[in-house]
Design a protein around this ligand. Structure first.
Ligand code: NCD
Length: 320
């Protein structure tokens, strides 16, 4: 399968489809620009960096945060957006138009495309069809690169480093695209240990396990909360991806196998850790945990999404 171009610190005109495109310097560049973007957003300053630019948001799957933060990101930088949520119903896709034609259509009206699609590989097809940058907002169970960049940014803002960190990722490791991108990103750094906690049917795919392990990241798969290490720097909880599980009774068996409660945090969480979640959560983090100072999912993590997406838009459009 064709692969997107490596970034190598030069974002202009590039597609953003996978964390495999990144090296540590390119990630640091995103962080550097995101910090500037945070200043613009926090002070509600209007920037004209993207003035005259139009971004198309083409979402074949539901979205709140990725959609909302890209829309806000473009507008905070003075750009505008064409919003196509649910194209299979509201666009010519409903009349049978093929994917490539839909891509070429919105390419003629805008400077970049942000696309979410349920099928792995479709984002690469979009990138092949388009001459403007295509940014993945989620590619089936494949990857969700912009989410991983904001997750990495959130970890970096807290610890100031990645090397030597220990993390716990829990939930749907098999189908969770945010996890697939996050592990790829973390693998670029040294001495990372990742504990993966999942019910057996939702464990990491064996070929991905082998691929990631070869990159040098230490992966330890665990099957119960009792095995959670007490020294983890971050916990990254995820939702069981119901829409990827065909059999309803299979979903019922695995949903909410692991729930973060005050008691769990008390027993296994370190004082200095952060608790993350890409959201939406559907019961796997108890609301009683929301006010814990270690919980960042409803606070910094979500806002960081907007800063990082502002940075990515500015970079791929060659404005920074
Ligand atoms: C995630 C997604 O769509 O992959 N949401 C998001 O973008 N933050 C996670 C999920 O849906 O579980």
């Amino acid at each position: 399968m064709q692969k997107p171009d490596p970034i190598q610190s030069n974002f202009k005109g590039k597609d953003i489809l996978s964390l495999d495109q990144f090296d540590t310097q390119s990630i640091e560049k995103v962080f550097f620009v995101a910090r500037e973007m945070a200043e613009i957003a926090k002070n509600a300053k209007q920037s004209d960096l993207l003035a005259g630019n139009i971004l198309t948001l083409l979402f074949y799957e539901p979205s709140s945060r990725t959609f909302g933060s890209f829309d806000a990101a473009a507008k905070r930088l003075g750009g505008k957006t064409i919003v196509v949520q649910n194209p299979t119903q509201v666009s010519s896709v409903a009349k049978g138009e093929n994917f490539q034609d839909t891509i070429r259509t919105f390419e003629s009206y805008s400077e970049a495309l942000v696309i979410r699609h349920p099928e792995v590989g479709t984002l690469q097809k979009a990138a092949n069809a388009a001459t403007i940058p295509v940014i993945s907002a989620g590619d089936g169970i494949g990857e969700h690169p912009t989410q991983a960049l904001l997750d990495l940014y959130t970890i970096y803002e807290k610890f100031g480093r990645f090397d030597g960190l220990t993390g716990l990722i829990a939930g749907d490791i098999k189908n969770g695209r945010t996890v697939h991108s996050l592990i790829r990103g973390l693998s670029l750094f040294k001495n990372i240990t990742l504990y993966l906690l999942a019910p057996t049917p939702l464990m990491l795919d064996r070929s991905e396990y082998e691929d990631f392990t070869k990159r040098g990241i230490k992966i330890i798969e665990i099957a119960s909360e009792q095995e959670i290490p007490k020294n983890a720097n971050f916990w990254y909880w995820t939702r069981v991806q119901k829409e990827r599980i065909t059999n309803a009774s299979d979903y019922e068996t695995v949903k909410n196998s692991f729930i973060v409660t005050k008691a769990l945090l008390q027993s296994f969480g370190s004082n200095d850790m952060i608790l993350m979640h890409p959201l939406p959560r559907v019961g796997e983090i108890a609301e009683e945990v929301d006010d814990d100072p270690r919980s960042v999912y409803l606070k910094t993590q979500m806002r960081n999404g907007m800063y990082v997406r502002m940075a990515l838009l500015a970079l791929v459009l060659g404005k920074m």
